[in-house]
Design a protein around this ligand. Structure first.
Ligand SMILES: NC(=O)C1=CN([C@@H]2O[C@H](COP(=O)(O)OP(=O)(O)OC[C@H]3O[C@@H](n4cnc5c(N)ncnc54)[C@H](OP(=O)(O)O)[C@@H]3O)[C@@H](O)[C@H]2O)C=CC1
Ligand SMILES: O=C(O)C(=O)Cc1ccc(O)cc1
Length: 455
C-alpha cells in the first residue's frame, strides 16, 4: 500500500505507479514534469500507432515506460490520468476503464467534466476511486502557481492526499471543486472568453484583414486582442469545441455574449447615445461596482508593458496626438454579458482564472475603470464609422459561433475554426512566442502586486 504522503524521494518500490493515457500536449507536459521530479514508475500510452514514436521520444527519460495500450497502463498503475479529446473520452474509458487495477485512482484532464463524470460512473468498476483534475492553463505555460482543479468525486480522503502528493511537482495551486462547480465556473470564465476571441479571429479573417498590419490594432489592449486570438487559433480545435459544446452551462453564456454584441450594435446603428450610455454604465456598475469602494486591487494591465508585445511593426493610427478610438465592441459586450448573467468575474479570478481569462478581464477593467476611456469608446461606437466594417463582421461572427455551439455541431465547429486558423497560420510561431512572453510578464507583474512589492 502506497503512503498517501509519499514523495518522489521515496525508493521506487514505495512509489505509486502513475498511468498517463493520451500523450498529446497535456500528457507530454505531465510526463516530463513528473519524471523530472523523480517519480520512477510512469506508464504511458497513446493510440497503438504512436507506440514506436513514443518509444523513441522517451528512450532517455528515467522512469517513463511506454506501454502498448490503455489496458496495459490501467492494469499496472495506482493513479491513472486520461488526457484525451473530450469527445472521445466516453469511447476510451469504455475501452480501458474496466481494466483499471483494483483500488486505483482515476482522473481525467478533460476541460469539461459532465461527459467525463458520466463515462467514469458508467465504465469504471466500483472498486476504483475517482479523483479528477484539470490544469487551468495550456501546455506551454509554466505550471508553477497556476490553478489546478482537484475533484474528489468518489474516493476516501487518503486518495485525494495521494493525488496531491503525486501532482505536487507541478507546483500548481490546488483548487477544490465538485464536478458541477467545475463546469459552471469554466463556462463563466473560459467558454465565454473564448467566444469573444474566436469571434474576433473569424471577423478579421472574414474581412481578410491582418489586424496588426493596418495600425488599428496596435498597442495597449489591442495587443491583448491580437495575441490571444492567435494563441487560441494555434491550439487544437477540439479543446475549444469540447469545452463549449459539451459543457451544459456554456451555451447559455455564449448565447448571451452574442445577444449583448447584437443589442449594443443596434444601439450603435441607431446612434442612440442615451440608450447606449445607460446600458454600458449599468453594466459597469454591476460588474465593477460604483467606483467608490474598491474591494480589490485592479489587474493593472500597463500600456507600456503591452506595447512591447505588439505583432504590429506600424505605429498605431492616431487622431491628433491620441490613439485612434475603437468602439471596443468585444469588451463592451463582455461586460454587458457578465452583468446580464449576474456573473462576478472577480470571484472567478481569485479562484480559478486561466491566464487568458485573466488577460481578458484585465482588458475589460482597463477600459471600464476609466470614464475617459469608456466615454471615448462609446463616442467611437456611436459616431466614428472607421471600425464599423470590423464591428459588423464581429456581430455576424459571434452569432455564428453561438449557433454552432448551440447546435452542438463538432464538424461545423471544426470547419469554422480551421478556416480561420488557416488565415492566421503564417504568424503562429511568432504570435506563440510573443504571446507566451506577454502572459508571463503580466502574470509576474500580478504576482508582484499580490506580494505587495510592486510600488
Ligand atoms: N491543450 C490545452 O490547452 C488543454 C487541454 N486540456 C484537456 O486535456 C485533454 C487533452 O488535450 P491535449 O493534450 O491538448 O490534446 P491532444 O490532441 O494534444 O492529445 C490527446 C491525445 O490523446 C490521444 N488519444 C485518443 N484516443 C486515444 C486512445 N484510445 N488511447 C490513447 N490515447 C488516445 C490522441 O491521439 P489522436 O491525436 O490520434 O486522437 C492525442 O495524442 C483534452 O480533454 C483537453 O480538453 C486541459 C487543459 C489545457
Ligand atoms: O487559458 C485558456 O483559456 C486557454 O485557452 C488554454 C486552456 C484550454 C483548455 C483548458 O482546459 C485550459 C486552458
Amino acid at each position: 500500500m502506497v503512503r498517501p504522503d509519499v514523495t518522489p524521494a521515496a525508493p521506487a518500490d514505495e512509489q505509486p505507479s502513475i498511468g498517463l493515457i493520451g500523450m498529446g500536449a497535456m500528457g507530454k507536459m505531465y510526463a516530463k514534469c513528473l519524471s523530472d521530479a523523480g517519480w520512477k514508475k510512469i506508464n504511458i500510452c497513446d493510440i497503438p500507432e504512436m507506440y514506436d514514436s513514443l518509444k523513441a521520444t522517451y528512450k532517455d527519460f528515467p522512469g517513463i515506460y511506454v506501454r502498448s495500450d490503455g489496458h496495459h497502463v490501467s492494469r499496472t498503475s495506482d493513479f491513472i490520468l486520461y488526457s484525451v479529446e473530450a469527445k472521445l473520452l466516453d469511447k476510451v474509458v469504455a475501452q480501458y476503464g474496466p481494466s483499471t487495477k483494483v483500488g486505483a485512482i482515476v482522473a481525467g484532464q478533460t476541460s469539461v467534466k459532465a461527459p467525463e463524470r458520466a463515462a467514469f460512473e458508467q465504465y469504471l468498476p466500483e472498486d476504483v476511486h475517482i479523483v479528477s483534475c484539470h490544469s487551468l492553463h495550456g501546455p506551454n505555460i509554466p505550471t508553477k502557481g497556476q490553478p489546478l482543479v482537484l475533484i474528489k468525486h468518489r474516493a476516501p480522503d487518503d486518495a485525494l492526499t495521494l493525488v496531491e502528493s503525486i501532482l505536487r511537482p507541478l507546483q500548481s495551486r490546488y483548487v477544490y471543486m465538485s464536478y458541477e462547480e467545475h463546469d459552471e465556473v469554466t463556462a463563466n470564465t473560459q467558454a465565454v472568453t473564448h467566444a469573444a476571441f474566436l469571434s474576433m479571429g473569424t471577423a478579421w479573417a472574414s474581412a481578410a484583414l491582418y489586424p496588426w498590419e493596418h495600425g488599428y490594432y496596435v498597442g495597449g489592449i489591442e495587443t491583448v486582442k491580437v495575441n490571444i486570438t492567435l494563441r487560441i487559433f494555434s491550439n487544437k480545435w477540439h479543446v475549444y469545441a469540447g469545452l463549449a459544446i459539451l459543457n451544459p452551462w456554456a451555451r447559455t453564456q455564449i448565447k448571451q455574449y452574442a445577444q449583448s454584441t447584437t443589442d449594443i450594435f443596434k444601439l450603435m446603428l441607431a446612434a442612440d447615445e442615451n440608450g447606449l450610455r445607460k446600458r454600458i454604465y449599468e453594466a459597469k456598475k454591476a460588474v465593477f461596482g460604483d467606483g467608490r469602494s474598491s474591494v480589490r486591487r485592479p489587474i493593472l494591465l500597463s500600456e507600456s508593458i503591452l506595447d512591447q508585445f505588439s505583432l504590429g511593426k506600424k505605429e498605431p493610427l492616431t487622431d491628433g496626438n491620441r490613439p485612434l478610438a475603437n468602439s471596443h465592441l468585444s469588451l463592451l459586450a463582455m461586460v454587458d454579458c457578465w452583468a446580464r448573467l449576474g456573473i462576478n468575474p472577480f470571484k472567478h479570478l481569485e479562484l480559478a482564472a486561466t491566464p487568458i481569462f485573466r488577460m481578458w478581464l484585465g482588458g475589460a477593467e482597463y477600459l471600464f475603470r476609466s470614464d475617459e476611456r469608456l466615454d471615448a469608446a462609446i463616442h467611437a461606437a456611436l459616431y466614428d464609422v472607421s471600425h464599423r466594417y470590423d464591428d459588423v463582421e464581429f456581430v455576424v461572427a459571434s452569432r455564428g459561433w453561438s449557433q454552432c455551439v448551440s447546435f452542438g455541431n463538432f464538424d461545423l465547429y471544426q470547419s469554422r475554426f480551421q478556416q480561420t486558423a488557416a488565415f492566421f497560420e503564417s504568424r503562429f510561431e511568432e504570435a506563440g512566442r510573443v504571446g507566451t512572453e506577454m502572459l508571463e510578464v503580466i502574470m509576474d507583474s500580478v504576482e508582484l502586486q499580490d506580494n505587495g512589492t510592486s510600488d
